[in-house]
Design a protein around this ligand. Sequence first.
Ligand code: AMP
Ligand code: MG
Length: 410
Amino acid sequence: MPEFFNVRSPSQAFDDLRPHIFAISERETIPTTSALGRVIADQIRSPEDLPSFPKSSMDGFSVRARDTFGASETLPAMMEVVADIPTGAESDVELSVGEAAVAYTGGMLAGNADAVVMIERTQPADDTSIEILRPVAPGENVVNEGEDVRAGDLLFSPSHAIRPQDIGGLLALGITEIEVLRRPRVAIVSTGDELVPPDVSPPPGKIRDINTYTVAARVAQCGAEPVVIGLAPDEYEPQLQAARRGIQSADALVFSAGSSLSTRDMTADVFNQLGNPGVLLHGISIKPGKPTIVAVADGKPLFGLPGNPVSALVVFDLLVAPTIRLLSGASSPPTTNTVEAILTADIPSESGREDYVPVTLSKSDGQARATPVFGKSNLIYTLVNSHGLIQVPADSGGLYAGERVSVNLY
Ligand code: AMP
Ligand code: MG
């Protein structure tokens, strides 16, 4: 029986692959409203001032600040209310000395007004006038024209990945379309004579294919486009054909299963046929997930993930997810979603390999606690019934109950 020699750690494996990965350069123009997560292709400058008119940031009265100077509770400033300027309306009133206009949050100021007195700092004097109980400084409770951004300001640099607030910032300026990089496409092939599609009732000995769909879902979650090629039996020719279709239609290829060392495992042979340099490494020092293949065919990264559905997802996160990020051209750091917790049970581990153990999270005495979900590592419900994974580092013989751990949430 052959063995895995010279296995690399997951991070070494990624370091080996990284020089072969290049960001996608093709662009497309899309509506800003559907740009969440997309990567900006060119810098974007503001076409106009925001806000485009000075507006009130409070409900109250717009005034000439100097008319309020010296006002106090004992000696209020009397002001004549000459207008009411509703939100959304254009103001055509000019204030003279001692005059005020009713102002609403987000509404225009009256002409000549340079400040807003909060309604709480006033009291009615009679039907048409108010008393101001405290002075306001010029600019107080006012958002000036261009205070948010100015025409010509740099809004976004290339490689920025669009967040919800960015969509708002662009739309506020009337930028309803933007140029972005094309999303990476990742082709997925699931191999194995035992697989049937999930809508088929499997005869004895067969199982439903789930990796196609868990991997496709993770690809989509990473902001890329899954391209499902389908099932291939444990035979060389059909696998080679499926792989060729995959790399023709995508920027990266993921093969599920067949990555081990038996005579029925031919992913490595298939990958070596697809282009240069072929297989970079076979086997990584990790549990679960050791039988992993990383390859490159003429500039396209190829991954042979273990068939075990848990291993497939663990390895996906360590190697495929960061590859998608590089392909996407995004510059911002990946959002790491981790929670610190106290481990509730010992986790034994072999030194020399990284272990990934699913845990459930709970809270007691105000402290997050992580409880390992033990069980054979190939059972998908160990992932379904857990909240995240903890890593047992390669140089440790295990983790002990009471230790502080960092849980990577799904
Ligand atoms: P392999 O990597 O081919 O040795 O497969 C390891 C385990 O994962 C075996 O129990 C397979 O039946 C199972 N497996 C392989 N591919 C899939 C798949 N697409 N969906 C669910 N389980 C799979
Ligand atoms: Mg197999």
